[in-house]
Design a binder for this molecule. Structure first.
Ligand SMILES: [Zn+2]
Length: 465
């Protein structure tokens, strides 16, 4: 079903990106560095500075960047890549979370391996073209009796060349047990834990520059038991991997947790040992001041999804307050069924604008929004080698043309402000680990139009409307 990928361009061990206007976080915060050159060897930045580099020998690819704004590859901290299959689905365009989920489960129960791989490929393609080079993917939908496996997402990410944190998600409490999903959309808890072990053994790479990591990620308190949260926590800590889930997304979730567990969501997670530097939580919209203190003090990561929160009418996450308290925050687009777009720069812009709606024009700067989409996300995923352009960092880089109409005028005013305040342009070139995956605004590793056409066909023919 998936289109044949085009063969990769021959890999050059050394790439020099010459003379770009670089926007990156440094030790003094986010800055703009003009006429800077980046030297990349074997996927790592080995030198970075204003000096003109001599280009010795052969097998060196030189990329002229004088007409580009060059940034570190963007980091996305929460996605459901398969959800492009139900993007903009008419019956749930105006629904709130629980109603939205109730309708979507009836479509997602038909998923199979090929559809997950295709839908994930489409989401990954869209994100790469926007300059995002690393994404987390929270995949929790394994219908009973289906051939769906998490490998479908791994296959898609490998083929397209994107760095991924694949979250082995799960749902185990169905309607008969008081949960939200239909029973045929849930798995047995023993099978989930066994498959988490299998996934970690087969696919997790602890290397600081790893292209693929496995995180463990029960879906949410309203479709997973407290026992599975605890067992998953123990397994993750034994193996030294990250924990991820949805938390405090809506008031419906808060009421569910109070009714069922006698605790609001953040105290629920505290009770079950689910706060800490190795945990990151999506949403965190419905927080009180105690929650904010707990999240900040425990260094729990927060994946902020402003478009999804607006689309579902969930509320405004108190990001400015969280940041003031010292919390670790990254940007996330969330899945295609509640955002309908996978553009991390656009999401950073929405994050900034949404904080300004409630906190005034000074509530979030363009520099802070940029930081959340780069180093902030890298911190949430515990990836210190990602999110900045500096010596020793992974060569994950996105380049935008200054003469892109979306940036015209703004690029000359302020390259950083242009990227965050203007409508996000398409990346002209993207490198992941030093490998060019987008060139001249086109994917090198896949045919985006074929992918899109195939997805449209499957939506029409496969019962996903
Ligand atoms: Zn989500």
């Amino acid at each position: 079903m998936l289109s044949e990928a085009k063969p990769m361009a021959a890999k050059s061990e050394r790439t020099i990106i010459r003379g770009g206007t670089v926007v990156t976080a440094g030790t003094d915060g986010v800055g703009v560095l003009r006429d800077h050159t980046i030297d990349i060897v074997n996927g790592v930045i080995v030198s970075f500075g204003p000096e003109p580099l001599r280009v010795p020998g052969e097998n060196v690819e030189v990329v002229e960047a004088r007409e580009h704004i060059v940034i570190p590859g963007l980091v996305n901290t929460h996605q459901h890549l398969y959800q492009s299959i139900t993007r903009a689905m008419a019956p749930v365009q105006d629904a709130e979370l629980f109603h939205w989920l109730g309708m979507l489960y009836t479509r997602w129960r038909h998923l199979n391996y090929e559809v997950v791989r295709l839908a994930a490929s489409v989401s990954l393609a869209e994100m790469l073209l926007s300059g995002c080079t690393t994404t987390s993917d929270h995949f929790y939908m394994v219908p009973r009796g289906s051939d769906v496996r998490h490998e479908a997402v791994i296959e898609a990410a490998d083929a397209i060349g994107m760095r991924i944190h694949l979250c082995r998600g799960s749902m185990t409490v169905g309607e008969s047990g008081g949960g939200l999903p239909p029973d045929d959309c849930t798995e047995d808890e023993d099978a989930v834990l066994a498959d988490c072990v299998r996934m970690l053994d087969a696919w997790h790479d602890p290397d600081p520059l790893a292209m693929r990591r496995i995180d463990l990620a029960p879906c949410s308190p309203f479709n997973v038991s407290p026992e599975l949260f605890r067992d998953t926590r123990d397994l993750a800590r034994e193996r030294g991997v990250l924990l991820h889930t949805h938390a405090a997304e809506t008031m419906d979730e808060e009421r569910y947790c109070l009714d069922r567990f006698g605790l609001r969501p953040i105290p629920f997670f505290e009770r079950h040992g689910w706060l800490g530097e190795d945990v990151y939580l999506a949403h965190c919209v419905c927080l009180n001041d105690d929650d904010i203190r707990l999240l900040a003090a425990s260094r729990t990561g927060i994946a902020h999804c402003p478009c999804s929160n607006m689309r579902l009418g969930s509320g405004v996450a108190p990001i400015a307050k969280l940041l003031a308290a010292g919390a670790k925050v990254g940007i996330a687009v969330d899945g295609g069924s509640s955002n309908d777009g996978g553009n991390v720069l656009a999401e950073a812009r929405q994050a900034m604008l949404l904080q300004r709606v409630v906190g005034g024009a000074g509530a979030m700067t363009t520099a802070k929004a940029f930081e959340l989409a780069t180093v902030g996300g890298a911190a949430v995923l515990n990836r210190p080698k990602l999110g900045r352009i500096a010596v020793g960092m992974a060569a994950d880089i996105a380049m935008f043309r200054k003469d892109d109409i979306a940036l015209a005028g703004a690029a000359a005013q302020d390259p950083l402000g242009a990227l965050i305040l203007c409508h996000a342009p398409r990346a002209d070139r993207v490198l992941v680990g030093g490998r060019t995956v987008v060139q001249d605004g086109r994917l090198v590793t896949a045919d985006e139009h074929k992918l899109a056409a195939e997805l449209n066909r499957v939506v029409l023919d496969g019962g996903y409307r």
